[in-house]
Structures are given as structure tokens and as C-alpha cells.
Design a protein around this ligand. Structure first.
Ligand SMILES: [Zn+2]
Length: 792
């Protein structure tokens, strides 16, 4: 039988429009072409499977360091030696060392290249205007005497080495070139002033408390000259520290002696070597108990910390730590620290989860911090590898969230009512704290162990880490208010202007949070839930961690491993999500319905007559109703054609039907009476990012089901496709992405028939009258209030 002619015409027209459109454009945008043109050629160091190649190598640096904290001057004096191992096949004439503290110099590039985004944004700063802090930063960043002052760079025999400081880097010229496999040791001394975290600090600094409290809290990092990375695809990582691109470092062993005021408690990367010299007998006993405890055990109580705050030791104590196979070393020191700990096992490894916080952090910190550390290790290990280090630490201080090997600095405290002293905290403070601890402790896996080049790619550590953070948050409690990971939470960003692709250097990324954290985390979640499924994804992601732990992966190694281990070509996915700023926006444009013609003229002509009768009556016919026509007045004018309309079945029709039916095979006859419903659904890819289709189909009986269609459905026509859907009964509705799992930025065009979006309109009274200067001029003057009494 006949296809509905109108629809057929439409389909033909659409096909024509598509083919001519593609030709007119002159080129076909193949969103599935392979990434080979963008990825580095596989080599003996990095294989095409995404695994380290048979000739993979990386450098190594071992450190023996001493540091003294001058509490009054808020300064570090350091000395030590570095042994550099040249594991590369190259001969090196010089070594580059990072002096990241130099970012805090008044004349640093960080200060001199900073610009104001726009005048408007600067003046308005949202609704808040320019803040005191911003102007204080502008003034003090130019006057603070920051930066590392290096002295006495010598070789192992004590001979001075020539060196040149280039902004945040230092070149040491070697007396003889280092051959492959050689090592070279050198010693040096240095000092620097610690910046105040809330004023100038970034990722480290000290905290001042209120006027009555003379104790500071020190979070110290980037505190020693660190070897710059030298590796197969970059040579020396020569990008200066401009402030956004974090740290690219080599693994090594550390032996560190930290000399601090005798009443300080030190939290540090590494394992404490001399507890007998720095801890009391009671503290050592509590620590031993914590190892096998089922809940955190307090090592330094709040009462003990508060007692320590009241004194100020004149003498110093030296804490000694050793750390194996870490890429960095940080510590925190204060007499204000409360300290708790709980042991756990990660695979065969015994780990101590520990937290250090001032009384200002309670009651939140004692309740949540160490629990969050334990939770992080349990969850991250599931998706990566066992936690290999002996400690995992969360420190509360002025740095809002920053990671170092084994130790992290985390912000978030309750607020204290100035009058009553009562402590309360908001929901966002509570979950913000749990989240930041999960995030920063989680960074142990990415990038502290899976050692990506952070100075080049912020997303490789932040994106992967934010993805696992989301999984860990989901495992903390139901309806956890996770900020990043759910596709629906990235749509505002994906819709925004002024985006950079995820594959953008750390220093050039615009909108760092959504770009380098949110978008890659969400992309991985979509890859897991919608593209690959959990089983394939989790295996492949774990394989990436297994292959690259204690090594330095590049983006290509991640992309290739995920494809290699999942058995899936994902080039279209990486291309769309990581190399473009396209967004997912699929529109369901329209649907045409077909049923198969029976070819029986009795049925088909009746069907067509019914269709004609269903058409609206013309306006003229409506108004002419009841009109006395000529043929009514003269019935003799009527004949055969007044008795039969265009749909009358003739014997010729019947004969023709019989003839054609005789020629049909049985299976052809069965098709004619199948009763199936066919729908041609038109989709437009408005956003440009190709995506799987997730179609929820609703039938007349009320039954609903989902059809999942891989993204390759777009391969011949990335911007417009027509898809045939076959159902057993009439379809009454179709929705693309009913669970909002693809990050579609406009769900208004996802349903057929279209759905109304309900919304509330708030009405306000018109404000009348403005300033009344005459009234204000005579307003009574208020007396100055007495200063509020300090509450202890
Ligand atoms: Zn991070």
C-alpha cells in the first residue's frame, strides 16, 4: 500500500537537502576520524597500547635535607644535598632545578604578567565589588621579600658549582657532562620568608589567629630546591611556575630533619624516625593503640593543645622523617595541633590515617577528618591500586586544599558566635570539608603516584581526581551534595562562552574549575555510565593506574590505555570532549508514523477516505453549509460520479490485487499483515559533540522502554540523522536522554511531543521615592559603640 504521500515527499526532500548541503560545504566533518594526527607517534618509551614501552625510563632524585623554622621571623633556613640519577639515554651538560618560591618575589612573572579580566569584572566583581583582600594583595605582593635565596652550591667534594637563576628555575652547570646511568650529588644552602597564606600564600603559607592568640600555624611546601623533570617527550620541563601550573617532579627517597620550636607538633610527608625524642610516652602509647583501632584515637588532645598554646618554648627539637619513592615533601608545624589517628590496611600495606587541626577546627575535624582519610583510601584503591605509603594525613590550616605526598592541607572550619561562643557550621562547610579531604588525600593517587605532568596538563590530575572524588562521595552517604561528576552539573559551563578545550596548557586554561576539574570528571563519568558501562570502564581505568603508578603518563597514554583495555575505539570521545569546546545538544526534530499497506483495495481505500475525512473542513465549506445547490434543485443533473467518490473500489482494483497477491511469497504476505508500527525520527546534533542516543519510547498501552544507540549512529552524518524505530503498538512519546546522563545543554528540545517547562514568576511592588537628603541631613548622630568583649 501506499505510503502516506505527504510524509514520503518530506523524506525525499530531506534526503536531497542533506546530500546537497554536504556537497555545498565542500568538506565532511568526520567526528570519528582517528586521533593519530594529534597524538604523538608511539615509541620504545610509550607504546601504541598506552603502556610504558620496553625502553621506558625516568630520572630519579634523592634528597637529604635539613630545615629550621624560625617562628618569630616566619622563615625557613635550609641545607642539604641532592643526588640526581641520569637514567635517560642522554648525556646531560647541566641540571635544572625548580625554585618555585620565587613566584612570591615582587618582581616575579606571576606578579608582572597579571592582568584584570575586564574593567567591569574588576569594579563589580559580581555583586560584591573590589574586596579589601584584593587591594591588600596588590600592595603586599610587591613589597613582600619572598623567594628562595640560594647559597653555596657545591659538588660532593666541596667545589663550588656554577649556577644561574632564571626566575623560578636554576641551572647548575656540571663540571663534566653526565653520561647515561651516571649519578651526581650536589649540596646547597638556602633560606626564604614564608608568605602569610590569607594575604599572599598559594598552596603553602602560615596562618595568623586572632589578636589574643600569638601562635601561628605553618603549612610549608615548595620549601627546597626541587629537581625539574627531564623526560622522553619534553626534555627538561622548562615551563616556569607562573602560579596555575602545578609541579612536575621526579621520584626519589627523602631523609629530612625538621627543627622547630620544642612545643610544636609536626605533621609531615614520610615516617617519623625518632618518636622517642619528640613525642611523650603517652603520645607514643596512643599511637600504638591507634594502629589497630576501629575509630580515630586522639594522640594530642584538645586540652593538651590548648595548654601548649599558652606557652612558648625557647628551645628547639628536631623531627626526623624518611620517605621512600615520593615526588615531593611537605610539612606542617604548630603548637596548636590536636592530632588523631587510625590505622587501616590497604591490600598488604599498613597505613596510618592521621589528622592535625587547631581547636578552631572542632567539632568538625575530630568527627570527620580521619574518617574521610580512611574512606578515601578505601574507595580510591578500588578503582586504582592499593595505597603504597605508610601514612595519609589531613591538616587543617589556612590553605583551602592542597596535596603533597602522604600529606594534604585542607580548609574548612565551623564559625564561632562572637558573643555566645557557640560553634555552628553550614551544610556547605560540612560537605565542603569532607569533599576537600577526599579530594586532596585522593591526589596521592593522581598525580602523586600516577605522576602526570601537572605544569603541562592540569586536567590529568584534577580531572581524574575529581572523577574518583565523585565516586567516593557517592559512597559516603545517599544524596551526597557532590558538586562535580553528574552530567547535569556541567551543562551551565558547556553552554558558556569563552571556553578552552580540556587539552589546553595549565597556564592558558580559562575557567579552571569547570574546565580542568568538572569537565574531564564528568566526561569520565559519562564514559563509565553511558558509553562503556561500569565493567569495561573500571577494568580499563584500573589498568591505567596499574600501568602508570610511579611513572609519568601523558594524555595519549591515558587515551590509548582506555581504548586498549576496554576494546573500544574512543577516538571520537576524546576528540569531542577533550579537543573541542562542543557541547551535547540533541534535538528531536520530528517523527513521522508509518504502518505497512495491506495492498487490499477495500482496506486501503477505506483508510485513505478516513484520512481525508479527518482533514479540517475548509472555511468556505463551513460557511456554505446549508446552501441550496443547483444539483439539489435539479436532481436530474446527478450521475455515476455523484454516487462514487475517489476512494470507490473497482473490480479492476480487485483483480489487480488478486494478481499481485498470487505472486507474493509467504514471508512477503506475512510482512503485509505484521501490524508493526514504523517511525522515522529526525535528530539534529545542535551542540556538535557526538553522543550516544538514549531513547525512552512510550507506547499507547503506557509501556515505556529504553533503546541505547552508540554514538557511531552519527558517523555518516554528524549533524542530522533520521532513525527508523519499529514498535508493536502505536508510539505516543519519545524522549532523548531521559535520565540527563549525556550532559545535554538544552533538554527543552529532547522530547516529542515537546514538554512544557514549568516556572514561577515572582512579582514585586514598584519602589517609589528615592534618596531624601533633607531627611538624612538631620538624622540624629549615633554614639560609637563600646568594643565587644573578647570571648575565650
Ligand atoms: Zn586538586
Amino acid at each position: 500500500m501506499m505510503m502516506n504521500m505527504k510524509h514520503l515527499a518530506r523524506l525525499v526532500a530531506l534526503t536531497l537537502a542533506l546530500s546537497t548541503g554536504a556537497q555545498a560545504a565542500g568538506q565532511f566533518d568526520d567526528k570519528f576520524r582517528q586521533l593519530d594526527e594529534l597524538l604523538p607517534t608511539p615509541s620504545a618509551t610509550r607504546s601504541a597500547s598506552g603502556a610504558p614501552g620496553h625502553a621506558y625510563w625516568q630520572q630519579r632524585a634523592d634528597y637529604t635535607l635539613r630545615a629550621t623554622l624560625d617562628e618569630n621571623k616566619r622563615a625557613i633556613t635550609g641545607a642539604g644535598s641532592i643526588t640526581y640519577h641520569n637514567n635517560s639515554p642522554d648525556t646531560l651538560a647541566y641540571l635544572w632545578v625548580q625554585l618555585d618560591q620565587n613566584m612570591f618575589r615582587g618582581d616575579s612573572d606571576n606578579r608582572t604578567i597579571s592582568t584584570i579580566p575586564t574593567r567591569d569584572a574588576w569594579q563589580k566583581g559580581g555583586a560584591e565589588g573590589v574586596k579589601f583582600d584584593a587591594i591588600r594583595f596588590a600592595f603586599e605582593s610587591r613589597s613582600f621579600e619572598g623567594g628562595i635565596q640560594v647559597a653555596n652550591v657545591k659538588d660532593a667534594a666541596g667545589r663550588p658549582l656554577h649556577y644561574v637563576v632564571n626566575k623560578t628555575m636554576m641551572r647548575i652547570d656540571l663540571p663534566q657532562p653526565m653520561k647515561p646511568g651516571a649519578r651526581f650529588s650536589f649540596a646547597l644552602e638556602w633560606k626564604f620568608n614564608i608568605p602569610e597564606a590569607s594575604v599572599l600564600g598559594r598552596r603553602m603559607g602560615y596562618e595568623r589567629f586572632d589578636k589574643e592568640d600569638k601562635n601561628d600555624l605553618f603549612e610549608v611546601a615548595q620549601w627546597f630546591p626541587r629537581m625539574a623533570a627531564y623526560y622522553d617527550v619534553k626534555g627538561w620541563q622548562n615551563k616556569q611556575y607562573l602560579g596555575d601550573g602545578e609541579f612536575t617532579l621526579e621520584f626519589g627517597d627523602y631523609d629530612v630533619a625538621l627543627t622547630v620550636p620544642a612545643d610544636h607538633i609536626v605533621a609531615s610527608t614520610g615516617e617519623l624516625q625518632n618518636p622517642g625524642e619528640v613525642l611523650t610516652a603517652a603520645q607514643r602509647e596512643r599511637l600504638a593503640k591507634a594502629r589497630t583501632a576501629k575509630a580515630p584515637v586522639v594522640i594530642v588532645t584538645q586540652a593538651e593543645a590548648e595548654a601548649a598554646e599558652k606557652g612558648r618554648a625557647a628551645n628547639m627539637k628536631t623531627w626526623r622523617f624518611k620517605a621512600k619513592n615520593v615526588r615531593d615533601f611537605a610539612f606542617a608545624s604548630s603548637r596548636k595541633f590536636i592530632w588523631d589517628a587510625q590505622g587501616l590496611r590497604s591490600g598488604d600495606n599498613a597505613v596510618m590515617a592521621m589528622s592535625y587541626y587547631p581547636k578552631e577546627g572542632n567539632p568538625l575535624w575530630q568527627k570527620y577528618s580521619t574518617q574521610a582519610v580512611v574512606h578515601t583510601i578505601e574507595q580510591y584503591s578500588k578503582y586504582s591500586f592499593d595505597y603504597p605509603y605508610p601514612t595519609a594525613i589531613s591538616v587543617n590550616g589556612p590553605i583551602g586544599g592542597m596535596e603533597y605526598p602522604m600529606i594534604s592541607f585542607n580548609g574548612g572550619r565551623p564559625t564561632k558566635d562572637k558573643k555566645t561562643g557557640e560553634k555552628t557550621y553550614s551544610k556547605s562547610t560540612k560537605y565542603g570539608l569532607i569533599s576537600v579531604i577526599i579530594h586532596e588525600v585522593g591526589h596521592n593517587y593522581y598525580p602523586m603516584i600516577v605522576n602526570s605532568d601537572e605544569r603541562q596538563w592540569t586536567w590529568m590530575d584534577e580531572g581524574l581526581n575529581s572523577f574518583l572524588q565523585f565516586l567516593a562521595e557517592e559512597a559516603w552517604e545517599e544524596n551526597y551534595p557532590a558538586r562535580r561528576g553528574e552530567p547535569r552539573d556541567i551543562t551551565d559551563y558547556m553552554r558558556s562562552k569563552n571556553q578552552t578545550p580540556v587539552m589546553t596548557n595549565s597556564e592558558s586554561v580559562l575557567q579552571r574549575g569547570p574546565n580542568a576539574y568538572g569537565k574531564p570528571a564528568t566526561a569520565l563519568n559519562i564514559l563509565r555510565e553511558t558509553v562503556l558501562g561500569r565493567e569495561l570502564f573500571d577494568f580499563a581505568f584500573k589498568e591505567y593506574g596499574r600501568r602508570w603508578k610511579f611513572k609519568r603518563p601523558t594524555p595519549a597514554d591515558l587515551f590509548r590505555t582506555m581504548e586498549d583495555a576496554s576494546g573500544t575505539d574512543l577516538d571520537w570521545f576524546w576528540r569531542g570532549w577533550f579537543y573541542t569546546t562542543d557541547a551535547v545538544d540533541v534535538s528531536v526534530d520530528g517523527i513521522s508514523e508509518y504502518t505497512i499497506s495491506s495492498q487490499n483495495p477495500e482496506l486501503e481505500q477505506a483508510w485513505r477516505r478516513k484520512l481525508r475525512d479527518a482533514e479540517p473542513m475548509s472555511l468556505t465549506d463551513q460557511r456554505n453549509k446549508g446552501l441550496v445547490r443547483r444539483v439539489d434543485a435539479h436532481p436530474e443533473l446527478k450521475d455515476f460520479y455523484n454516487e462514487h467518490d475517489d476512494f470507490t473500489v473497482t473490480n479492476a482494483d480487485r483483480n489487480k490485487y488478486r494478481e499481485t497477491q498470487d505472486k507474493l511469497e509467504d514471508w512477503e504476505k506475512a510482512l503485509l499483515s505484521s501490524g508493526k508500527h514504523l517511525y522515522l525520527v529526525d535528530f539534529t546534533n545542535v551542540g556538535g559533540l557526538v553522543t550516544p542516543l538514549v531513547l525512552e519510547i512510550q507506547l499507547a498501552s503506557g509501556k515505556k522502554y529504553i533503546e541505547r544507540i552508540p554514538a557511531e549512529v552519527w558517523r555518516y552524518s554528524p549533524s542530522k540523522i533520521t532513525k527508523l524505530i519499529v514498535t508493536d503498538e502505536p508510539m505516543t512519546g519519545l524522549t532523548q536522554d531521559p535520565y540527563w546522563e549525556t550532559a545535554d545543554i538544552n533538554v527543552d528540545n529532547n522530547a516529542w511531543p515537546r514538554k512544557l517547562t514549568p516556572s514561577r514568576l515572582e512579582l514585586f511592588k514598584t519602589e517609589r521615592g528615592g534618596n531624601d537628603m533633607m531627611k538624612d541631613f538631620n538624622a540624629p548622630l549615633k554614639k560609637p559603640e563600646a568594643a565587644p568583649k573578647a570571648v575565650q
